[in-house]
Ligand binder design. Structure first.
Ligand code: VAH
Length: 332
């Protein structure tokens, strides 16, 4: 994607910039608009950030005054608000997760309204779905009946984003991300994290113990597709976007057993074992896949990575990381 030279360059603030999505989204945004146009923020101390990853500011998204100060200082015109507590970690401290996920979003929506920002992106999740579509394919207009605090916060967040769009004319856009798989940053506290950890464990130890049953199908997506979907949604003409809530977007649906079979094509000696934990109940409440017809119709969404392509790309990037490790498996 390229910036339309007839448009002024945006100044984009990203929260949660050091997270799994943020790490890649910041890089993609800087590639399109230039490094200095993207202000990365997260909880990490700024002294730990290398120069080539600046501008960076330490920011607690619950600190509305500091958020507003950064918006004024940099002349921010867009916000990508990624900071949140994910599904599994959220169940360990429900009210803390609710407070972080909701108050941070309300802070973002308020300052975006007050400073008349052009656009806001906020990720929802397939975690908004629950028993009414559990283990099936969730349509865009399915009943939202989340069973986790994270999912409840995403359902409420979708409603708040629609409220600010309808009452204040704020251009807030959102995607219901499936489980995301990437090599550049670890997943952080989600139920789908196994699909990232399995690659690291396969290369480092040649084996992995999966906390979900082998036949638990979940909607998944390679991060390259998720980042492209985000940029394409944010650059779509506003009048094309007909959904009041967040858009379903789909790419893959696979079980741990199917991922293992694909991995073993490259790592024949890789072995798997299964020992389910509380995350199985969360996965059981989620759909096996999503229907993303509306995203394909409204803004031409189309995934590019299937399971084979994702697995090959993950191993190509991660194998060198573990190559020096004597126990590491060799990728065929
Ligand atoms: C989680 N990775 O597992 C996130 C995601 C659909 C799952 O929202 O909580």
């Amino acid at each position: 994607m390229e910036h339309d030279k007839n448009q002024p360059l945006p100044v984009i603030l990203v929260t949660g910039a050091r997270g799994q999505i943020g790490t890649e989204l910041v890089a993609a945004l800087r590639n399109v608009y230039g490094r200095k146009q993207v202000v990365a923020t997260d909880l990490h101390d700024a002294t730990t950030i290398p120069d080539q990853q600046r501008p960076y500011h330490q920011l607690n998204v619950l600190d509305k005054d500091e958020l507003e100060n950064l918006i004024i200082t940099y002349g921010v015109t867009q916000i990508y608000h990624l900071a949140a507590t994910l599904s599994a970690k959220g169940e360990e401290a429900p009210l803390k997760a609710w407070h972080l996920n909701m108050q941070s979003l309300l802070n973002i929506l308020e300052v975006a309204k007050d400073h008349k920002l052009n656009k806001v992106f906020w990720p929802s999740s397939i975690a908004v779905f629950g028993p009414s579509t559990a283990r099936k394919v969730s349509p865009q207009d399915a009943l939202l009946d989340p069973q986790t605090v994270y999912g409840i916060s995403k359902e409420a967040g979708e409603q708040w984003c629609a409220y600010y769009r309808e009452h204040y004319g704020l251009d807030v856009r959102s995607l219901r991300y499936p489980g995301l798989i990437s090599y550049s940053a670890p997943a952080g506290g989600g139920t789908t994290d196994y699909a990232v950890a399995i690659f690291h464990e396969a290369l480092q130890n040649g084996s992995y113990q999966c906390y979900l049953n082998p036949d638990t199908a979940l909607p998944m997506m390679y991060m390259n597709d998720a980042v492209r979907a985000t940029l394409e949604l944010m650059n779509a003409p506003a009048e094309a976007l007909k959904e009041r809530g967040a858009y379903n977007i789909g790419a893959l649906s696979f079980t741990p057993a199917q991922l293992v079979t694909e991995l073993q094509k490259h790592l024949p000696g890789f072995t798997i074992s299964y020992n389910t934990d509380k995350r199985q109940a969360i996965a059981n409440s989620w759909p096996a896949g999503v229907d993303d017809t509306e995203a394909r119709q409204d803004w031409n969404w189309a995934p590019e990575y299937n399971l084979a392509a994702m697995t090959a790309d993950m191993l190509q990037h991660l194998a060198p990381v573990y190559k020096s490790d004597s126990n590491a498996a060799t990728v065929s």
